[in-house]
Write a protein that binds this ligand. Structure first.
Ligand code: TZP
Ligand code: MG
Length: 302
């Protein structure tokens, strides 16, 4: 498969963790996740020999191909290549993206674990295809690793231009808070593979993701309607410097301006006088004569 993953189909990313399902085979458990709608699988085996990891990778390659789902190998670019996986996932201390890219070529996916926005920006510059954002919550799957909280998820939603998956301690009970922070894609390990019914947990997480999406679309529509009503009451226009150009508007605030421009539902960053304005403040950010506004549109998936 080429690197052209359809990220719209990847909402739920599931990673193996055999220690969470003693007595059940890894391929059976992972097939359950595919039945439940997992859109991407990763083999993560921190203890097996490379020969064992390769054997598991080959088995999961056959399985994921049957379901038409991309398959990623954690840690080992060479095994990803040998098993004809779709790509590799790298941690901060692993092989660099550049080295992995040299080995794997342009057609393979490279994912990177990130724990702060600086890691994310670096991964983007290095040419990563997606990043993991986490651990959002403390998790036994990565013991001793500090939780980044949903604050980093919000920051990633605003600033990261490549697809990201929120990961770490995510369960159907807390997923809503992660989705509300801006995650369009979730990754869960123990909550899924350690459950009695992995397919059902996958369906529930996907349901929450779709519900979050519908709510967000509704919120944007409501915000747009309100913003139209918030056009400058006296009809007076102001001239702002919009991305370096003079622009006359009757909008009283940033939300109304974005509505006027048909941009309110777009993924973009707005800077006023050099300061990023959080989306939740758009409606209360008044426009003033001569104000410098930069609108930076995201081009990648989220
Ligand atoms: N990277 C960041 S957190 C994590 C990894 C591999 C573990 C996630 O596992 P769980 O069981 O979903 O918390
Ligand atoms: Mg690693």
């Amino acid at each position: 498969m080429k690197r052209r993953v359809n990220w719209d189909l990847v909402r739920l990313y599931v990673i193996t963790a055999e220690e969470n399902h003693p007595g059940k085979s890894m391929t059976d458990v992972m097939e359950q996740t595919l039945i439940g709608g997992a859109g991407m699988l990763q083999l993560r085996n921190k203890t097996g020999s490379k020969a064992e990891v390769l054997e598991q990778a080959r088995a999961l390659r056959v399985l994921t191909r049957r379901y038409g789902v991309p398959f990623i190998v954690n840690d080992y670019p060479d095994i990803a290549l040998q098993a004809d996986a779709d790509g590799v996932h790298l941690g901060q201390g692993d092989t660099s993206v550049q080295e992995a890219r040299a080995l794997l070529g342009d057609d393979k996916i490279i994912g990177v674990s990130t724990h702060c926005i600086e890691h994310a920006m670096q991964a983007e510059r290095d040419g990563a295809d997606y990043i993991g954002v986490g651990p959002v919550f403390p998790t036994a799957t990565k013991p001793g690793k500090a939780a980044v909280t949903t604050a980093y998820v919000s920051e990633a939603a605003l600033r990261v231009n490549i697809p990201f998956v929120a990961i770490g301690g995510i369960t159907p009970h807390n997923a809503q808070s992660v989705i509300a922070a801006g995650a369009k894609r979730l990754c869960a390990v123990s909550a899924i593979v350690g459950s009695q019914n992995p397919a059902e947990v996958c369906r529930e997480l996907l349901r929450l993701l779709h519900e979050g999406e519908r709510l967000l679309e509704g919120a944007d529509r409501d915000a747009a309607k309100k913003a139209q009503r918030r056009l400058s009451a006296d009809g007076a226009s102001v001239t702002v410097m919009l991305n370096g150009n003079r622009y006359d508007t009757r909008a009283a605030n940033l939300e109304a301006l974005l509505t006027e421009l048909g941009q309110l539902d777009k993924r973009l960053v707005a800077e006023l006088g050099g300061e990023i304005v959080p989306r939740v403040r758009f409606h209360e950010t008044a426009l003033a004569e001569g104000q410098r506004i930069e609108l930076i549109q995201f081009v990648g998936g989220g």
